[in-house]
Ligand binder design. Structure first.
Ligand SMILES: Nc1ncnc2c1ncn2[C@@H]1O[C@H](COP(=O)(O)OP(=O)(O)OP(=O)(O)O)[C@@H](O)[C@H]1O
Ligand SMILES: [Mg+2]
Length: 308
């Protein structure tokens, strides 16, 4: 199946001479949730703005639904919902009017039933007659999402959707995203919160310095780069790691209470059984054992460091 969004060799140099994107290529499949993960200034918003036709690329090409985003701007833009990073709303308009008007801007016929559903989904129904300046920051962010969904887009971009959003709203936003995905909407979200990508994405693209460093299925990425740690809590503290254990990749914590063993989850043998036998042989008594899987945070640091 042809990708819903296809980005090829995209570059952007701003008027200041700053090169924000350097030859980015990326295909996004219909129905997936892709997380675009990268630090401040990586080029995430620039990339999204080009796809949405808000910023012009210096070179390269983007298609949405097989149409060119520059040549067929109106068609591609009507397929896209964008929740921008910056809160920009018309303070004196009501929620209902703002969201309904947004649908009209994308050339869709009025559909009050759809607007009602969107507002209910986002728990904004009881605020429909409030003006935007009466709303809290989190509610304004929900209005931005409602606007982006007003014209039933096939592709939804969420640029840092959870910046300044509390835990319960974050949870309800993810519920909305899940429901949208179930209805076939493709979702691209940018974030620098790794847990967020880990929680919700099917695929993860890591961007840094205007370049895509990697694109991978989340599960495959975790399996490939995922290291596990075995923590061995000791019954009696050690001063140093005994000679007899020097062949293992062990570290001792500062208090000498815990041995940490790093192992590769994809290796044929983890070496845990042998390690435990060696510990027993050395006369070390254990109090507890636990394992910890490396998070995307660890993986991200590893990738960015390797790219330096
Ligand atoms: N209009 C502009 N003129 C010049 N430089 C710009 C402009 N817009 C963005 N940049 C620069 O391009 C780079 C990428 O910016 P962009 O907003 O795409 O990053 P981002 O990944 O979205 O960052 P953040 O996580 O902070 O939102 C930054 O160094 C930024 O300063
Ligand atoms: Mg940004």
């Amino acid at each position: 199946m042809a990708p819903i969004v296809s980005i090829s060799n995209l570059s952007k140099t701003y008027a200041s001479g700053f090169e924000a994107l350097k030859g980015v290529s990326l295909d996004i499949e219909e129905g997936e949730i892709l997380a675009l993960l990268g630090p401040n200034g990586a080029g995430k918003t620039t990339l999204i703005s080009i796809i949405c036709g808000i910023v012009n690329a210096t070179s390269g090409k983007v298609t949405v639904g097989g149409r060119d985003v520059v040549r067929d701007f109106r068609d591609t833009r009507s397929m896209i919902g964008l929740v921008p990073q910056e809160l920009t709303t018309d303070a004196f308009e009501t929620v209902w009017n703002t969201v309904s008007f947004s649908r009209g801007l994308h050339g869709k016929k009025p559909d009050p039933a759809h607007i009602e559903k969107v507002l209910k989904d986002l728990s904004l129904w009881n605020k429909k007659d409030s003006t935007l300046r009466e709303l809290s920051g989190g509610m304004k962010r929900r209005v931005l999402i409602a606007k982006a969904l007003s014209h039933e887009p096939r592709v939804l971009f969420l640029d840092e959707p959870t910046a300044g959003v509390d835990v319960s709203l974050r949870k309800s936003m993810w519920d909305v995203v899940e429901r949208l995905r179930a209805s076939g909407v493709t979702i691209i979200l940018t974030t620098h919160y790794i847990e967020e990508a880990e929680e919700i994405a099917d695929r993860i693209a890591v961007i840094n310095g205007g370049e895509i460093l990697l694109v991978e299925e989340k599960d495959a990425l975790m399996a490939k780069l995922g290291r596990k740690q075995l923590r061995v809590d000791l019954a009696h503290p050690l001063e140093r790691i005994p000679e007899s254990l020097s062949s293992y990749n062990l570290t001792l914590d500062e208090e000498g209470q815990c041995l940490i063993y790093d192992y590769d989850t994809s290796a044929e043998r983890t070496g845990i059984t042998a390690l435990l036998a060696a510990l027993a042989e050395t006369g070390i008594r254990l109090r507890d054992l636990s394992t910890r899987q490396s998070s995307l945070e660890d993986i991200f640091v590893e990738i960015v460091e390797a790219g330096r």
